[in-house]
Ligand binder design. Structure first.
Ligand code: ADP
Ligand code: DXP
Length: 513
């Protein structure tokens, strides 16, 4: 084969990862370049687009050198990118803003404006992006009202990957996948949505041209080709968002196979063959390809809950773990394992960072429910781990309503290091939980899309050869019955606290710095 290698570039919020992958899915080399997130105010979270662009150039150059491959052996470069970013540029691609990331919260008040004044629900139904400050739609509304001069000057409003392509090729293109996460893109028409554009006062020509995720661009500027160590005619495949590509990378793209990721935050995602939005507004729908759509929900309170236990609740125990030369998480888990499934009736609502999917209640807060004198620290640890699974289960239930029952769960993220946590997932959900070996799942997904774009494969079935299931967990039916009782109580407690969540959030806002 003349061109045996694909380069994948994954533009994340903390780093850009580059990989050289061969046609059997083997990763020959990888490289990661970090860059800062600027938070001059608590509600701001920005990055420097040029730092990211430089990371792409340097990352590709580094990975080509590490893998010791020739430019002539590169089939294509294919991209994965974080969602929801927004940059305003002028006609000459000068920056009018930094890259405003998904985590920027400045537009939070526009959720209410959209819902109450502008038929935000219909906009969500058309665009598939939940009404949340992460969404570029809300960010643009904020900009129009709060930075009118920049808003007027802007030639284009783009995301970080569009910026990279504009620098390299002088073209403004956005793939359907990232477009579908802007809150501005009509999923069924595959066009910018008129109602959403009206809501934020942006004209269609101020946005990039939407293209398929397998769209290829060629003929980059010579100086950049030289910087990357590639031929200037190397095809660049626009690719898709990191979220939908991760589903592909773990092989979760068939009916009923859902991907569950729990890192710091968490998400549940499944693939459907045409866009579906949720009449109850709970879930997102993002494109992978014209005939593959990813539906799901994200939670704020994933692994960060266990970190909170380690660093705040069970500090002495964590220290004891360290003294024994263990990872504190593993030691805390061993304590949790001394307690029976269901933590002897102690339930934890892990809503410390407020709630995203399924109910999007930013005022929700954490709750231990059912505490008695009988309960010890180890019950609390176990209840927190179980509570995170209850949260995931409530998103999974919403997803099942839209796209059918679960056949299998594919687990990834930090929690997949814990056999105990994986077993709890199998016992609470009643589905088997399998752990794939692919760590760089978004990068592998991007490489698959690259092969498809280059006409080297005709569908995604090869993913199954690229990844293996390392181990899998079956449901313990006795535990499942018990958890069914507890999740019912969990849900009732959650719904009954609605007003009290608002009250305590208001109190906290007024009384804490
Ligand atoms: P990120 O989202 O930053 O990529 P990771 O995917 O590495 O984070 O996940 C970090 C989380 O994984 C931690 O907060 C913790 O909850 C969980 N975790 C890490 N190691 C373990 C372990 N040995 N046992 C249980 N949970 C773990
Ligand atoms: C994407 C999004 C963010 C979120 C950040 O919704 O605003 O609140 O939290 P995580 O836990 O996803 O990093």
């Amino acid at each position: 084969l003349q061109k045996p290698y694909i380069i994948a570039a994954d533009l994340g919020t903390t780093s850009t990862k580059t990989l050289v992958i061969d046609r059997d899915g083997r990763v020959l080399a990888s490289h990661s370049i970090e860059y800062p997130l600027y938070t001059p105010r608590p509600d701001m979270a920005e990055q420097d687009p040029n730092e990211i662009f430089q990371a792409v150039l340097n990352g590709i150059q580094a990975v080509v050198a590490k893998a010791k491959i020739l430019p002539s052996q590169v089939l294509c470069v294919s991209f994965s990118s974080a969602m929801h970013s927004l940059i305003a540029v002028d006609r000459d691609l000068n920056l009018l803003t930094q890259c405003i990331t998904f985590a920027d919260n400045r537009s939070v008040n526009y959720v209410k404006v959209l819902k109450e004044q502008l038929d935000g629900h219909q906009i969500y139904m058309n665009t598939g992006t939940p009404l949340h400050p992460m969404s570029p739609l809300l960010k643009l509304m904020w900009f129009r009202d709060n930075r009118p001069v920049i808003f007027e000057q802007a030639h284009k409003f783009i995301g970080i990957k569009e910026y990279v392509f504009a620098k390299l090729f002088g073209q403004f293109v956005i793939d359907y996948s990232l477009a579908s996460a802007t809150g501005l893109f009509n999923l069924r028409q595959l066009k910018w949505d008129k109602q959403a554009l009206e809501a934020c006062g942006v004209r269609e020509e101020q946005l990039s041209e939407p293209v398929s995720t397998v769209h290829r661009v060629q003929g980059m500027k010579a100086e950049y080709a030289a910087a990357m160590g590639l031929h200037a005619d190397t095809p660049f495949v626009v690719g898709a968002s990191d979220g939908v590509l991760a589903n592909l990378g773990v092989g979760a793209f068939e009916e009923g196979v859902y991907a569950v990721t729990i890192g710091t935050s968490g998400a549940v995602r499944g693939v459907v063959r045409e866009p579906i939005t949720d009449p109850k507004g709970r879930l997102f729908c993002y494109a992978l390809k014209e005939d593959f759509w990813v539906v799901g929900g994200a939670i704020n309170n994933g692994g960060i809950m266990f970190r909170w236990v380690r660093d705040q609740l069970a500090t002495a125990e964590a220290e004891e773990g360290r003294r024994r030369g263990m990872d504190p998480y593993d030691y805390l888990t061993s304590l949790a394992q001394e307690v029976a499934a269901g933590s002897d009736g102690l339930i934890f609502l892990p809503l410390l960072a407020g709630e995203r999917a399924p109910y999007w209640n930013a005022n929700a807060r954490g709750v231990f429910f059912g505490l008695s004198l009988y309960h010890e620290k180890k019950h609390m640890i176990r209840a927190v781990l179980e509570g995170v699974v209850y949260r995931i289960y409530s998103v999974l239930n919403a997803l099942e309503e839209l796209s059918g029952p679960t056949k299998e769960i594919r687990a990834s993220g930090g929690f997949a290091r814990s056999k105990f946590w994986l077993q709890a997932m199998a016992d609470v959900t009643g589905s088997s939980v399998a752990v794939p070996n692919s760590i760089e799942s978004s990068g592998l997904g991007a490489a698959q899309l690259g092969l498809l774009a280059m006409g080297e494969i005709s569908d995604f079935s090869m993913v199954h050869q690229w990844m293996q299931i390392t181990h899998s967990h079956k449901t313990n039916t006795e535990h499942y019955e018990l958890y069914q009782q507890l999740t019912k109580i969990y849900n009732r407690v959650y719904h009954q606290l609605k007003d009290e969540f608002d009250a305590i959030a208001a109190f906290q806002q007024a009384h804490t710095k």
